[in-house]
Design a protein around this ligand. Structure first.
Ligand SMILES: NC(=O)c1ccc[n+]([C@@H]2O[C@H](COP(=O)([O-])OP(=O)(O)OC[C@H]3O[C@@H](n4cnc5c(N)ncnc54)[C@H](O)[C@@H]3O)[C@@H](O)[C@H]2O)c1
Length: 361
């Protein structure tokens, strides 16, 4: 059975078997041409499944880019626009982004700027993009070590979420996506929190399609509710950035090293450290249960205090900032309550000290 969400009544997000939805949707579309974007891994692991489920011809033009966050930049965009030119994509064409958040964000951005906008669909293939990145119309690329600095808001024509793609997703990437599921649970879905609070990496890798459908249904509902209320991030949508102020700065820093963090690993540290600042200001501890879940699912990566000035510098470029002060959005007392805090560099350093001191459980 397919569950259909409609963020802002604007476009359908269809959760379920792709074969049940995509072919009819595409037939009604009458696109003048199709370009399929993949990365090295999604071409290998997801394209065969996608073609089989949708019945699209194996002759459909496919563009493959090297996988990874380090490719989410303007140089790759130029190569994608060159492919669009070669494929003679006109404004009635359709771009299909088959991949994780990198393909979705960048392919969407290139489509949204091609001839002032050509339609695109998101077919997310990672847990992270299924639950978060593919929904809400935020598109963009990294620039000069700062995440998502160049971009636009543009809704896709549709999103097709089929957990069948998760079968080939490496375990580390599955855990990465789980960070955004936990985030959605903590900001607005107690029912989802009850479902995932006891999870272990083993349970994650053994989850059945039915379990994924249920987790995704609850998690996507949070994202859809928030982006419907605030499509352009003037208010409550900032809450989706919980963990991302410190997390993005860490992700950007480690991207330049031999040991990059996945997006979710960085956001998990971000959620713990940002919550520590919030709770410390209130004279409270971060709930033990949150800490235990994070430490079970994510590796513990101590962060050297010597990198704090660089992290702080990157945080000063964060898009939520206002009038020069760094801002973080955190969950409040009730579901969908938001609290905005302005941390100091000292607090960021101390919060990383708190994180470094946590013991694996
Ligand atoms: N637009 C938004 O609202 C939003 C929200 C959250 C995150 N993001 C962005 O999403 C990106 C992270 O997304 P991600 O974690 O999906 O990363 P990703 O796209 O880099 O995918 C992770 C890895 O998994 C591989 N892969 C993807 N699907 C696979 C499959 N089914 N089987 C085997 N391998 C597969 C990819 O090739 C890649 O190596 C970041 O750039 C982040 O900024 C955007």
């Amino acid at each position: 059975m397919t569950t259909v969400f409609r963020p802002g009544d604007a476009y359908p997000v269809m959760l379920g078997d792709l074969a049940q939805t995509f072919p009819d949707w595409l037939a009604q579309r009458r696109a003048s041409g199709i370009l399929l974007l993949t990365d090295t891994n999604t071409r290998r692991h997801c394209l065969p499944l996608f073609l089989k489920a949708t019945g699209l011809s194996a002759d459909t033009p496919v563009v493959e880019i090297p996988a990874g966050e380090s490719r989410k930049n303007v140089a790759t965009c130029i190569s994608l626009w060159e492919h669009m030119l070669q494929a003679r994509l006109d404004r009635h064409a359709l771009v299909i982004n088959l991949g994780g958040g990198v393909i979705g964000d960048m392919g969407g951005f290139c489509a949204a700027t091609w001839k002032r906008g050509v339609d695109f669909v998101q077919v997310p293939t990672t847990l992270l993009s299924m639950t978060d990145a593919a929904i809400g119309g935020k598109l963009g690329i990294d620039f000069q070590q700062v995440k998502n600095t160049i971009g636009v808001f543009q809704n896709p024509a549709a999103v097709f979420v089929d957990p069948a793609f998760l079968k080939t997703l490496p375990e580390r990437e599955l855990r990465s996506g789980f960070a955004e599921v936990i985030k959605h649970a903590l900001i607005g879905a107690p029912e989802l929190w009850n479902m995932v609070r006891d999870y272990t990496p083993e349970r994650l890798s053994m989850a059945s399609s039915e379990t994924w459908l249920e987790i995704l249904r609850l998690s996507i509902a949070v994202k859809v509710r928030v982006v419907t209320e605030d499509p352009h991030e003037k208010g409550i949508r900032m809450l989706l950035n919980y963990g991302h102020t410190i997390g993005h700065a860490l992700e950007s820093y480690f991207l330049e090293t031999d040991d990059p963090l996945t997006h979710g690993e960085a956001i998990a540290i971000g959620m713990l450290t940002e919550s520590w600042i919030q709770h410390t200001r209130l004279g409270k501890d971060v709930p033990d249960e949150w800490i235990r879940l994070m430490l079970r699912i994510f590796p513990h990566n101590p962060i050297a205090s010597s990198i704090v000035p660089e992290i702080w510098h990157t945080m000063q470029q964060d898009k939520k900032n206002k009038a020069g002060s760094v801002r973080m959005a955190l969950p409040g007392k009730n579901a969908f309550d938001m609290e905005v805090l302005e941390p100091t560099e000292r607090e960021v350093e101390e919060s990383l000290g708190f994180y470094n001191g946590l013991k694996k459980v």
